[in-house]
Each structure stands twice: as structure tokens, then as C-alpha cells.
Ligand binder design. Structure first.
Ligand SMILES: [Zn+2]
Length: 393
């Protein structure tokens, strides 16, 4: 808690000043526009906009089917040009976020107000965001509190030398079949690391209480990597809240980082991945070039008994499954969409309504959790969309 007498306004000023002192990238005047493209011709126009690199647009939800909303963060210097372009082509839009920086300031203020370090996972604040150090300390507390159930493995070191940790939930056995879950491979998707922290706590609470989880852990292990891109995550806290990639250097380019979710050795360089190091979807020079990716690949391969691999992303409401770089449905498509059929509050889909990939082939895939690629017709059910995913190793 913050000290008595320290007003929220004071905190805000403090956090803004602190941001300025630390040299954080600011997003003052950046707006997020929601664009509606009514038909294919209008979708094409938005794609033209997407290709205008100098505008530095950040598509949170890219152009897809006509009628699907398109969300884009527009830097202040580009706002006039973008709005003029949209108006010239009859594209409707609304301003979803007037000023991105004011939301980030609120976020900082909230984190600052609740930054008190907890001594146990019971008093840990699950309702605010945490730094890398706080999450790593949470992991250690959880392991100390449940040594019979939880252990911490280090599967590698990041490009910048940070340890890469995975929590193992196991009730015994030897190399049992296992479920892999990772959160935060895209560092700016903070709600996913926060969800990972919550999953970890929930698993320890529910074991022995919840029938399904207990049954799973009695026969399987769960591996959970909460901070899958630690360098990127640290950078989102210290310098640039919108950082998504790793922090590796690319020879021959001044641009930093690789999209780790385009770096897997599966359809490398195909749908939805860029060869330009300056883009947010840069695939890297070669598959598994990123140590954060390679560490997972090595771990999964050496384990040899991973039965499910789940990667959590944020922003869109999408359930994605492999493989997105080609158009054919996965052979086990029916099984893959099955989990979506059960909960009434979650996504609902039937195998028969699973998307028909577009004739454009590879672009029909959901190449990105956050940036749907072009031409990806698929049905909507209760606001969720379904399709193959690029992001499985
Ligand atoms: Zn993502």
C-alpha cells in the first residue's frame, strides 16, 4: 500500500516523472482506432495502409474478413495521415483509445500503489501486474510452500543472460505424460504472464479439491513457463511497454529482436512472418535462432512425453490450433476443437463449422495471435474465432 497522505494524483505525477527519468518510450497522443472494412475492396485498402512502413502502425487486430473489426495503434505523427486515408476511401472508424499513454500511466500508478512485496502466495496480489523479479520470487514462494507438488527447473538462459524457469507440477512417477503451458512469449501481453501466475496458484489450490485437476495430476505432469520471453518482459517494464519480441541483435540491422512465435521450426518464414528485422513479426535468421525458443524445443524433445502444448496469448478472442502455415485442416481437427464445445461461457464450435481456409492458402492461417493475417475466413461463435495456429513447434 502507498503511504497515507500520498494522493493518487501525486502517484501519477511521480510515475510519469519516473518514466521520464528512466527514459521510457512514451505513447503520448497515440490513438487506437477501430476500423470497419465493409467489403473485400475496403479490406484491401487497409492492407495497403498496413504496408506503409513509415507510418509505424501497430495492428493489434489486423485486416481479415470484411466486417471484422480492425484495431490499430497509430503514433501521434501519423494520425492525420491515417485518418485522411480512411476518410478518402470511405472506411469508417472509431477512436477506441484517445491517448495510449494515459492508460499506461494509470497502469503504472496502479502497480506502484500495490507494489508491496508479499511474503507468501496467499498474500500475493493477483489483481495487479508484477515485474520479472516479483514473478520469479512468486515462483520460489510457491515451490517453498508446496515442495511435494511444485518444483522449479531452469531450462536455459536468455540472450541477455537471465535464467529461464519452468514450474513443474508433479505428484510423482517417472517421466509421466505431460502438458506444457507457456504464457508471455509475446512480452507485452502482460495479462498472460499474470494468468500464468494465477494458473500456478490455482493448480496448488485445486489439487485434491477439484476432480478434473486431481485426476490429471495423478497421472500426468504439468509444465508451466510463466515468463517465456524474460528479456522482452524486462524491457516492457523498463523501456517500452509495447515491446513484443526478444532482445537479440541481428547482424546487419540496427533493429532489435525476433518474434519468438515466428521462430519455431514449423513452417518457418511462411504465413504471417516477416523477413524484415524491423517489423514486429520478424522470424529471425533461422528457425530456433532465439535461445528462448531453442530452450523450449530442447526441453520438449528431451522430455519426449509431452502430450499437449498450449501457448497463451492475449488481445483477440481466438482458439488456434496447428498448423497455420498451410491450408489443410489438421488430421485431428475434431479433437482439437472439442475443448471449445464444453463450457457455456467459453468458445463454442463444431467440427463442421471449422473454418474453411481461404484460397490464398498460407495466408488463410491464423499466423499470429495478435495480428491476424490476411484472408482468413472462419466462422464466429459467440465472439470467438477458430482456426489453425502458426505457433506450435
Ligand atoms: Zn501474442
Amino acid at each position: 500500500m502507498f503511504p497515507a497522505g500520498c494522493s493518487m494524483r501525486g502517484l501519477l505525477i511521480w510515475s510519469v516523472l519516473l518514466g521520464a527519468v528512466l527514459g521510457k518510450e512514451d505513447f503520448v497522443g497515440h490513438q487506437v482506432l477501430r476500423i470497419s472494412a465493409a467489403d473485400e475492396a475496403q479490406v484491401q485498402k487497409v492492407k495497403e495502409l498496413e504496408d506503409l512502413e513509415h507510418l509505424q502502425l501497430d495492428f493489434w487486430r489486423g485486416p481479415g474478413q470484411p466486417g471484422s473489426p480492425i484495431d490499430v495503434r497509430v503514433p501521434f505523427p501519423s494520425i492525420q495521415a491515417v485518418k485522411a486515408f480512411l476518410e478518402a476511401h470511405g472506411l469508417g472508424y472509431t477512436i477506441m483509445i484517445e491517448d495510449v499513454q494515459s492508460l499506461l500511466d494509470e497502469e503504472q500508478e496502479q502497480m506502484f500503489a500495490f507494489q508491496a512485496r508479499s511474503r507468501s502466495t496467499d498474500t500475493f496480489n493477483y489483481a495487479t501486474y508484477h515485474t520479472l523479479e516479483e514473478i520469479y520470487s512468486f515462483m520460489d514462494m510457491l515451490v517453498a510452500e508446496h515442495p511435494q507438488l511444485v518444483s522449479k527447473l531452469q531450462i536455459g538462459n536468455t540472450y541477455e543472460g537471465r535464467p529461464i524457469y519452468v514450474l513443474k507440477f508433479s505428484t510423482g512417477g517417472n517421466n509421466r505424460p505431460a502438458i506444457w503451458i507457456d504464457t508471455g512469449i509475446h512480452s507485452r501481453e502482460w495479462v498472460t504472464q499474470a494468468s500464468g501466475v494465477w494458473f500456478a496458484k490455482k493448480i496448488t489450490q485445486d489439487y485434491g479439491q477439484d476432480f478434473t485437476l486431481t485426476a490429471i495430476l495423478d497421472s500426468m505432469d504439468i509444465f508451466l513457463e510463466i515468463v517465456t520471453n524474460p528479456d522482452g518482459f524486462a524491457f516492457t517494464h523498463s523501456k517500452n511497454r509495447m515491446w513484443r519480441k526478444t532482445r537479440s541483435l541481428t547482424t546487419g540491422s540496427s533493429c532489435v529482436g525476433v518474434d519468438p512465435n515466428r521462430n519455431w521450426d514449423a513452417g518457418f518464414g511462411m504465413a504471417g512472418a516477416s523477413s524484415n528485422p524491423c517489423t514486429d513479426t520478424y522470424r529471425g535468421k533461422f528457425a530456433n535462432s532465439e535461445v528462448e525458443v531453442k530452450s523450449i524445443v530442447d526441453f520438449v524433445k528431451s522430455h519426449g512425453n509431452i502430450k499437449a502444448f498450449i501457448s497463451i496469448h492475449s488481445y483477440s478472442q481466438l482458439l488456434l490450433y496447428p498448423y497455420g502455415y498451410k491450408a489443410e485442416p489438421a488430421p485431428d481437427r475434431d479433437e482439437l476443437v472439442w475443448p471449445a464445445e464444453a463450457p457455456s461461457t467459453g468458445p463454442t464450435a463444431r467440427a463442421s463449422s471449422t473454418p474453411t481456409p481461404s484460397s490464398s492458402g498460407t495466408r488463410g492461417a491464423m499466423a499470429s495471435c495478435c495480428r491476424p493475417p490476411r484472408s482468413s475466413p472462419r466462422p464466429r461463435r459467440r465472439g470467438w474465432r477458430f482456426g489453425p495456429s502458426w505457433n506450435t513447434p
